[in-house]
Design a protein around this ligand. Structure first.
Ligand code: HEM
Length: 515
C-alpha cells in the first residue's frame, strides 16, 4: 500500500523541481518498479504444498474409500505436514489440518476463498446454494443471514425462543423419568427421546408449530411426523454425502448416472412437497389472524426480496440444522459422562453448589464452568462437523507459506485441528479439565475449531451450546448414568456429521433428593 502511494506521488514532485529532479525521480521510479516486480515474483515463487502420492487419473480417490476422510486426512498430516494437496480425480484439493492455517483460510484469506464448489448431490439438495450455510459470500447470503439471526439465532431472538427450549428440556426429563419408572433395569435409547424433542423445537422455531401428521398434496398422501422427519432431515443428510463419480471427472459429465440422479431428485422432490405443504398450512394460520414469533412469519412479512423457493429452502435449512448437530454433541457428552462416574459426580457437585435443590435454569449456566468444559471437550474430541463444507479458491493466494492456485478446492479438517498434538496434550483422551485454566470465560463459544471461524462461523453456536449444556446439566442433576452392556466399545461413527453409528444405550437411575 505504501509503495503504491509513493508511486502516485512521484511524477508531480519531479515536475515541480525541474530537470535534475526528473532524473532522480526517474531513477527512483525505476528502483521502485523493480522492487514491486521482485515482490510479486517472490509471492509467485512460494512453493506448492506437498502432494500425497496417488495413482494416475484417479489420484487419491481409492485411499479415501472408507467414508471417514477426516481420519485419513489427519493421518496424512503426520507424514506430509499441516497443509498438503491431494487429487480427487481431476480436482485438486488442499487440506488444512492445524488451527493456524485453518484460521488463515477462514479469516485473513477469506476474500480469496469465499465461494463454494458443490458436489452434484449438494447442488440439487441445496437448490443451487439457496441456503445460508452453502451459499457464496454474496447479496443473497447477507440478506438471508440477517433474517436468520434477527428472527431465530441471534442473541435477542434466542431470548424470545427461551420458552421452546425450557419446554423441550422438561419434556426430555419427563420421558426419561417415565422410562426409569416403567423399565428400571432396561437401557434407555437416548437418541430416540432427544431427537424427537429437538425436531419439535426446530419445527416450532422455524414454522411456528410441530406437526403430528400432514397431508401432502403433491405426494397425494398423509405423512406421519416420523415420515416428515425422515424426508426433511435423515434423507438429505444421507444424500449430502452421496458420491457421483462425475464430481471427480467433470469432463465426463455428459455420461448419465441415472441411479444417482433418480435417488437425489426423489429426495429433493419429496422435501419440496413436504415443505410446501407445511408452509401452506402455516399461511392458513396467518390468514386466520394467528401470528406466531417464528422464522416463517418473519420471512413472509419482512423478506420481500426473496423468492418463494428461497424462503422454502431457508426454512428447511433452519429445520435440518437445528435437528442434527446438537443431538450429535449431546449424545457424545452423555456417552463420555456415563463412562466416567468420577467426572459425572464432579459435574453433579458443581451443579448442586450453584443451584442447591432447584432445577438448573439457563441463568445459572455462567456459574457452571465444568459443564462448559464438558461441552467443549466433547466438541473437540467428537467434532460434529469434522470437515467444513468444501470451499473454493476463486483467485490465487498463499496459505501456510505455500502458493495455492485459483480453482483449488479447500478442505478444512476441523477434526484434525482438534486432534493436533502440538496444541492439545494427549488429544485422544476426553479430558474436560484441559479447559479449566481459568483463562477464559465459561460461556466463550469458540474454545475449539468445532464451530468454524471468521465470517462463516456457525450461526447456531449459541443455540447449540445452550441446549446441549442445559440438557446435560438437567440429565445429570436428575439421573445417575451408566453405559449399557457393550456400549463402551460402540464408538463408530456414520455420516456427514459424526453421528454415533449405534444410538447410545444407557441405564439411568433417578437421583434421590434429600431437601
Ligand atoms: C454443536 C453444534 C454445531 C456445530 C459443531 C456446528 C458447526 C458448524 C460449522 C463448522 C460451520 C462453518 C461452516 C463453514 O465455515 O463453512 C457452521 C455453519 C453454520 N451453522 Fe452450525 N454447527 C452447530 C449447530 C448449529 C445449529 C443448532 C444451527 C442452527 C439452528 C446451525 C446453523 C449454522 C449456519 C446457518 C451456518 C452457516 C453460517 C454462515 O455461513 O455464515 N449450526 N456450523
Amino acid at each position: 500500500m505504501d509503495t503504491l502511494l509513493n508511486l502516485q506521488a512521484l511524477p508531480a514532485t519531479a515536475a515541480s523541481i525541474g530537470g535534475p529532479a526528473v532524473a532522480i525521480g526517474g531513477i527512483t521510479w525505476f528502483f521502485i518498479r523493480e522492487y514491486v516486480k521482485d515482490q510479486r515474483k517472490k509471492s509467485l515463487s512460494f512453493p506448492p504444498p506437498p502432494e500425497v502420492p496417488g495413482l494416475p487419473v484417479i489420484g487419491n480417490l481409492l485411499q479415501l474409500k472408507e467414508k471417514k476422510p477426516h481420519k485419513t486426512f489427519t493421518k496424512w498430516a503426520e507424514k506430509y505436514g499441516p497443509i498438503y494437496s491431494i487429487r480427487a480425480g481431476s480436482n485438486t484439493m488442499v487440506v488444512l489440518n492445524t488451527n493456524d492455517v485453518a484460521k488463515e483460510a477462514m479469516v485473513t484469506k477469506y476474500s480469496s476463498i469465499s465461494t463454494r464448489k458443490l458436489s452434484n448431490a449438494l447442488k440439487i439438495l441445496t437448490s443451487d446454494k439457496s441456503i445460508v450455510a452453502m451459499s457464496d459470500y454474496n447479496e443473497f447470503y447477507k440478506t438471508a443471514k440477517r433474517h436468520l439471526l434477527t428472527s431465530t439465532l441471534g442473541t435477542n431472538a434466542q431470548k424470545r425462543n427461551r420458552i421452546h427450549r425450557d419446554n423441550m428440556i422438561n419434556n426430555i426429563c419427563d420421558q426419561f423419568h417415565a422410562h426409569a419408572t416403567k423399565y428400571p433395569s432396561e437401557a434407555v435409547n437416548f437418541r430416540k427421546i432427544f431427537q424427537y424433542e429437538l425436531f419439535g423445537l426446530s419445527m416450532r422455531q422455524s414454522i411456528g408449530e410441530d406437526v403430528e401428521s400432514i397431508y401432502v398434496e403433491d405426494l397425494g398422501i398423509t405423512l406421519s411426523r416420523e415420515e416428515v422427519f425422515k424426508i426433511l432431515v435423515l434423507d438429505p443428510m444421507e444424500g449430502a454425502i452421496e458420491v457421483d463419480w462425475r464430481d471427480f471427472f467433470p469432463y465426463m459429465k455428459w455420461i448419465p448416472n441415472q441411479e444417482f440422479e433418480n435417488k437425489i431428485q426423489q429426495m429433493h422432490f419429496r422435501r419440496q412437497a413436504v415443505m410446501k405443504a407445511l408452509i401452506e398450512q402455516q399461511k392458513k394460520r396467518i390468514a386466520s389472524g394467528k401470528e406466531i414469533n417464528c422464522y416463517l412469519d418473519h420471512l413472509l412479512s419482512e423478506a420481500n426480496t426473496l423468492s418463494e423457493q428461497q424462503i422454502l429452502m431457508l426454512l428447511w435449512e433452519a429445520i435440518i440444522e437445528a435437528s442434527d448437530t446438537t443431538l450429535v454433541s449431546t449424545e457424545w457428552a452423555m456417552y463420555e459422562l456415563s463412562k466416567d462416574p468420577n467426572r459425572q459426580t464432579y459435574l453433579l457437585s458443581e451443579i448442586q453448589n450453584a443451584c442447591g435443590f432447584n432445577k438448573v435454569r439457563e441463568e445459572k449456566l455462567c456459574q457452571l464452568p465444568y459443564l462448559a468444559a464438558v461441552f467443549h471437550e466433547t466438541l473437540r474430541k467428537h467434532s460434529p462437523v469434522p470437515i467444513v463444507p468444501l470451499r473454493y479458491m476463486h483467485e490465487e493466494a498463499q496459505l501456510g507459506g505455500y502458493n495455492i492456485p485459483e480453482g483449488t478446492e479447500i478442505a478444512i479438517n476441523i477434526y484434525g485441528c482438534n486432534m493436533d498434538q502440538n496444541v492439545w496434550d494427549s488429544p485422544e483422551d476426553w479430558n474436560p479439565e484441559r479447559f479449566l485454566t481459568g483463562k477464559d470465560d465459561a460461556m466463550e463459544l469458540h474454545k475449539t475449531m468445532a464451530f468454524g471461524g471468521g465470517k462463516r462461523v456457525c450461526a447456531g453456536a449459541l443455540q447449540a451450546m445452550t441446549i446441549s449444556c442445559m440438557a446435560i446439566a438437567r440429565l445429570v442433576q436428575e439421573f445417575e448414568w451408566q453405559l449399557g452392556i457393550g456400549e463402551e466399545e460402540n464408538v463408530d461413527t456414520l455420516g456427514l456429521t459424526t453421528h454415533r453409528l449405534h444410538p447410545l444405550l444407557t441405564i439411568i437411575k433417578p437421583r434421590v433428593y434429600k431437601g
